[in-house]
Design a binder for this molecule. Structure first.
Ligand code: BG6
Length: 495
């Protein structure tokens, strides 16, 4: 049985508290951990935002959010009645050094001075430095204080460095928790177990045995009212620079000396630094960007027609922002040689799926008359979390030796019959415990920006066309051409 020990009492202050992330993810995550008795009624969750709301009004919003985002079987009104009084609100102009801060400081007294204090910044990253400066000014940064930074940290290397410097002026690196929620996903953590607790895989984990790796994060949703943010970001900054590169690191890294946070992060950093640099000249050959047009999504009742990205942005809007990216990366190390790592992420694709496909090399010689499919290890990050290993088998019966692939299939839900917690649950508790292992260190974030930046710059200078794809398709044709150039195909196309 996995253990879940109670954490020390804390005050959790969320800046940007009226936003989508707080309602959709943070409050439900804290509710679940309250339900699991990991946090006590003495803990406080303090929403901070510019809106003028009373504690009661904010609690009403929180209550609505819980009803909407917590699955019905976990919604217990009795428990919610105990949870809501733990929630408070302070109307604060986080980035300004003005008197609105009194609303927040007024909630702290001598009794709370020794408590764990977490400041979660879910605002625009441009405000992180100013908010931290004000926290200092207001003497809110105690020995027990730490800060959590939501991604994206900046929009390029320079801005990431600046933000890291600004926050670093007030918080020691050990007290800074940079969230990449993919690292909180159980299946992403399980990658470490799969690789380093099962020698059967680790012995095969290199360029001798592996032909190529695909990492896909596909979504059916569009920009969901986040157009203002998304249009300045695009899929490369929103998904690849952080989530997909972190997954790539866990797939490609060397075994760390231990599970200690710095050991693990040192190994991830080595992978990021070993990524073959992509020059402006390479971009059209190794990177594909796309933007969705109108199309049909879903299979239920023939699906529904959804608007194009530009229509979602608003009437008359023009934009070159990419909602789809496919990339070919290489990790230049002894282990990986020239093994391609194909990364792909997009919005308005036919299904929501995040997975890693490790394709093994073909047999050097075949004694069978029929063609053989290479073995493939598919690690399903979400949904239907699990692992499949495709193997060639003899078709039973018959006179000859007909072969067909069949899968060894492990569904984690069936194997462990347990609830899959949302990634934020674990991460929020880790910030309280002060355990940084599932968070990004400054050098990792900056190394990831260094690698993607030439692609961003090339696209900004119009190198590499923006391809269009219909919503509900698997992205532009150019993404197929990219992977076909090494004689392969994306996993979904074959399904
Ligand atoms: C977020 C991105 O970090 O991850 C969103 O900003 C994206 O655009 C989301 O939808 C995807 O997360 P998940 O857990 O649903 O794969």
């Amino acid at each position: 049985m996995a253990t879940m020990s109670a954490v020390e009492d804390f005050d959790y202050v969320v800046f940007g508290a009226t936003g989508d992330l707080t309602m959709r993810k943070l409050l439900p995550a804290l509710y679940h951990r309250f339900r699991d008795k990991q946090i006590s009624e003495r803990c406080r969750i303090i929403g901070a935002a510019r809106s003028q709301l009373s504690h009661e009004e904010f609690r009403e919003r929180a209550h609505k959010a819980l009803r909407r985002f917590v699955k019905p079987d976990a919604l217990e009104e009795g428990l919610i009645a105990s949870f809501l009084p733990m929630i408070f609100f302070a109307s604060v102009n986080g980035a300004e050094a003005d008197s609105t801060w009194d609303n927040l400081t007024g909630l702290f007294d001598d009794a709370s001075a020794g408590k764990i204090r977490v400041f979660y910044l879910a605002t625009s990253p441009e405000l992180y430095g100013a908010i931290c400066g004000n926290l200092k000014q207001q003497s809110l940064i105690t020995e027990q204080a730490r800060v959590v930074l939501e991604k994206p940290i900046g929009h390029d290397l320079d801005s990431a460095r600046r933000i890291n410097d600004e926050v670093g002026a007030f918080f020691d690196e050990k007290k800074i928790f940079r969230i990449d929620h993919y690292l909180g996903k159980e299946t992403v953590q399980n990658l470490i177990a799969l690789r380093f607790a099962n020698p059967v895989f680790e012995r095969l984990w290199d360029s001798d045995a592996i032909d190529h790796v695909q990492i896909t994060a596909a979504e059916t949703v569009g920009v969901e009212g986040r157009g203002d943010y998304y249009d300045k970001s695009g899929a490369l900054r929103d998904m690849i620079q952080n989530h997909l590169l972190q997954v790539l690191c866990l797939v490609a890294m060397e075994p760390p000396g231990s599970l200690d946070a710095d050991n693990l992060r040192n190994e991830k950093l080595k992978v990021l630094r070993a990524l073959k640099p992509i020059t402006a000249h390479d971009v059209p050959h190794v990177a594909v960007r796309g933007q969705y047009g109108r199309g049909r999504i879903g299979s239920k009742d023939g699906g529904e027609i959804v608007p194009a990205y530009l229509e979602e942005l608003g009437e008359g809007k023009q934009s070159d922002t990419e909602t789809f990216v496919a990339l070919k990366a290489e990790v230049h190390s002894w282990r990986w040689g020239k093994v391609p790592f194909y990364l792909r992420s997009g919005k308005r694709l036919p299904s929501k799926v995040s997975e890693i496909v490790v394709q093994f090399r073909e047999t050097p010689w075949s004694i069978f008359p029929t063609s053989l499919e290479p073995n493939r290890l598919i690690i399903r990050l979400q949904p239907e979390e699990g692992i499949q290993l495709s193997l060639m088998n003899k078709v039973p019966g018959g006179d000859g030796m007909a072969l067909r692939p069949a899968n060894i299939d492990v569904s984690f839900e069936k194997a462990f019959s347990t609830r899959y917690p949302d990634a934020y649950e674990r991460l929020l508790m880790d910030t309280v415990r002060g355990d940084p292992v599932l968070f990004m260190r400054r050098d990792e974030v900056e190394a990831a920006w260094s690698w993607v930046e030439p692609i961003l710059k090339a696209w900004e200078s119009k190198t590499g066309s923006l391809h269009h794809y219909a919503a509900g398709s698997w992205g532009p044709e150019a993404a197929n051409a990219l992977i076909q150039s090494t004689g392969h195909g994306w996993h979904e196309e074959k399904a």
